[in-house]
Design a protein around this ligand. Structure first.
Ligand code: ADP
Length: 329
């Protein structure tokens, strides 16, 4: 046992070791440990092949250890992200829910002021009260929209087989007044049966069609076309689930269109491209659409020709594993 200290030899003798081959397990230049081969039957000279084989094994162990550590760090990060997302959602829900009560109080006392002191205050005071009522009403709309935003994940229903055409028809029925008032024409063909949360699918269609009506061109009645097709390769390129087949839906309008540089911004919460005076709204509708589509494992984007119209596309995967995982999460 050449080159081995006396105490090491004594230790090996305890286990009847007659031949000993030791190679380091390296992990990014640091020695993580040793890989040792023992022979107890009789002493031996280790061949070059055996030494190299053991070293290669030790190298593979080093790589496997590094990968395991990376994986562990990634899992920890993902868990942390999921936890902070859940906290944020809970915060948004509690904040918007609990803000409703004091706001209701502000609104009712303002209305009381308006009623009780009608004709007794000067015009400036009346104007101030009207501004305050308007502000409170806007805040109520914002809070309600924020609540719907956070409810996409907190109150989502399990996915089931849904007739997309039926969901669309509910959305159209809900928008009947706006459709009649503007003379909008809504066209659609056959739509598929998909795995989805039925009421969220209706909400998605409804938000997109309501926008198509709201952002119409002056003196041009809205023409809205809804369709779906099994996704082709070029469409899959926009989707994160590249290998799974999916349904591509579109809602096309002939409205004011969107300048290309704003194509992504409009899906961010509270982002609007117009003042409230021209087109009312809170800037939450499309972020709700995005959240609904992402909850279903799909993606959403817009293609538009400014001044001529927009087409909103969204995908819903057919891959049931994605959906099952989502339900469990
Ligand atoms: P809101 O409708 O309350 O403004 P959204 O989140 O639904 O909020 O939309 C964000 C912005 O995207 C809108 O303010 C508008 O500028 C733009 N937008 C959405 N849909 C359309 C559309 N169909 N045509 C043109 N612009 C649109």
């Amino acid at each position: 046992m050449a080159g081995i200290s006396a105490c090491h030899v004594a230790l090996l003798k305890q286990f009847s070791v007659r031949a000993n081959l030791v190679v380091p397990i390296l992990q990014r230049d640091n020695c993580w440990g040793l890989l040792i081969a023992h022979q107890c039957s009789h002493p031996r000279q280790w061949s070059r092949f055996e030494i190299e084989l053991l070293q290669q094994l030790a190298n593979q162990i080093g790589i496997a250890l590094s990968q395991a550590q990376l994986l562990e760090a990634e899992v920890r990060q993902r868990e942390e992200l999921a936890r902070s997302n859940a906290e944020l959602q809970q915060f948004a829900y509690v904040a918007s829910h609990d803000l409703q009560e004091p706001l209701r109080m502000v609104t009712s006392y303002l209305q009381l002021l308006e009623k009780r002191y009608q004709g007794k205050l000067d015009s400036t005071a009346n104007e101030f009260i009207a501004f305050a009522v308007d502000g409170a009403n806007r805040m109520r709309t914002l809070i309600n929209d924020l609540l719907s935003y956070s409810r996409v994940s907190t109150r989502g229903q399990p996915f089931e087989s849904v007739d997309a055409k039926a969901s669309l028809e509910v959305a159209i029925a809900n928008l009947k007044i706006a459709i009649n008032e503007t003379g909008a024409v809504v066209k659609y063909d056959s739509l598929p049966q998909i795995m989805a949360d039925a009421s969220q699918l209706t909400q998605l269609f409804q938000n997109l069609i309501a926008n198509a009506i709201k952002f119409r061109r002056e003196n041009v009645p809205p023409q809205i076309e809804i369709g779906a097709a099994r996704s082709e390769k070029e469409n899959l390129a926009r989707s994160p689930k590249k290998n799974s087949s999916e349904w591509l839906f579109w809602v096309r309008d002939n409205g004011i269109g969107i300048e290309p540089q704003y194509g992504d911004r409009i899906f961010v919460i509270f982002q609007r491209l117009h003042g409230r005076g021209k087109y009312p709204g809170t800037g939450i509708g499309l972020s709700i659409c995005k959240k609904i589509v992402e909850r279903h494992g799909g993606s959403i984007w817009v293609e538009s020709e400014f001044g001529k119209g927009s087409t909103f596309h969204f995908t819903i995967p057919e891959n049931h594993d994605v959906l099952v995982n989502e339900i469990r999460a």
